[in-house]
Design a protein around this ligand. Sequence first.
Ligand SMILES: [Zn+2]
Length: 464
Amino acid sequence: MQFQKNFTWVKRSLRYILGLTLVAGLVTSTTVVENVSAYSTAGALGRSLNVYSGFTINRSLIAPLAPAGVEGCREGQLLRDFAGVTIHETSNWSSNANALMHAQYLRSGGQNYDVSWHYAVDSTSAYQSIPENEKAWHAGDTANGKGNAQTIAIEICDNAAGNFDQAMANAEWLTADVLYRHGVYTVDGYLFQHNVFSAYGKNCPVTIRDSGRWGEFCSKTQGFLNNMVSQGGTYTPILMTATATVNQAKNWASANNASAQFILLADLYWELAPKAGVDPAVAYAQSAHETAFGRFGGVIDATYFNPCGMKTTAGGDNYDPAAHQRFSSWREGVQAHIDHLALYAGQLGYPKTYSSTTPDPRHSSSLFGTAKGVENLSGKWAPSSTYGTTVVAKIKGIQSASAALFTLDAQITNFDVISYQNGMLTADVTVKNTGSLLWSADIYIRLGFGIDTADQRAFIRAGG
Ligand SMILES: [Zn+2]
């Protein structure tokens, strides 16, 4: 059987199919407490209060994930993209309503309600409740509003037992830290009061607004940000919402003579990377560098399903094929790549465990947090001192590529039904593009969404 088809539909169904066997990538809580004193530069800001000298960010009390389809303070919906930080105040003046109490609330009585925040901060510490790549329910502007869908929420505690000025100073530092780690070096256009998103104009953050201190909050946050840049430099963040679309990636890859297989891998990267909080443009650009756009030509080939030059646990010489990991599928290889990047960048929920919770064979905890930026991968992922900047150039190529829908005309040359049971069709499909092998694998198709199930081949023709 041979018939010419527009490949768009197959790709669309491929994304759906891949979604069925999704590898859970949601972060879980780990005990992470960071002392931020390394960033403190007392007196350097010309302010009366700096970040509290013993200030810590506690990440061990992340809110529990609500079951699928159930409302809760943490539903696992991914932040659409990163547009900045929204500042709130708790408006709870009870003496014990500190950051810890707020974090505990989202793990007990508050976990079933769609009210939440990423961080609560008081005069001595901050507690994180929601991973930074997920939405919290804080802005009162619906699930798709800019506040909820694109910003990270910081609640400043108003508890009477705390010192508000110190809590505000700590929140300024924390806000700067969030912006800095997202590669944003200015507060202009990236700092929001809850008030601007609230559908009913809530007076929040109340103390800062009522005392006319918003300008002070912004300028002191900028001061902390400037210190972070002068100490740590600027970089292209690995942990970030997608900075380009999957169509941009495919158009860019196609323009660079990528193999059709590599072009298709973009779907996997844009599906899996955001779940780990990794910018898929970063990972895909790195894969293009490591695999010569899927053309390989080095010591390994496409049969390794290895998109990033990953070595085995034992490792070995760069020119020894046996030193390179052979994955069972592209899904596994891409997941290993993303997990390795998330590990380097210090993502919440990492390190994971090889091979039970990650297919990354080189998931050494010693790598955790040692490269927050792409540039920092130089001399680490690869020996070259220009490795990071080479990948960054490719990321910029993706970001500036056309966002037009990418379509690929392909030829389905084989479609052998293996089985059909419980609404699941299993078939062996071979797809060719301009004569070269594009894709050949067992696929699992769930019949449905308006497609004629009476004729399984018509199912394939539906998008032609
Ligand atoms: Zn608020």
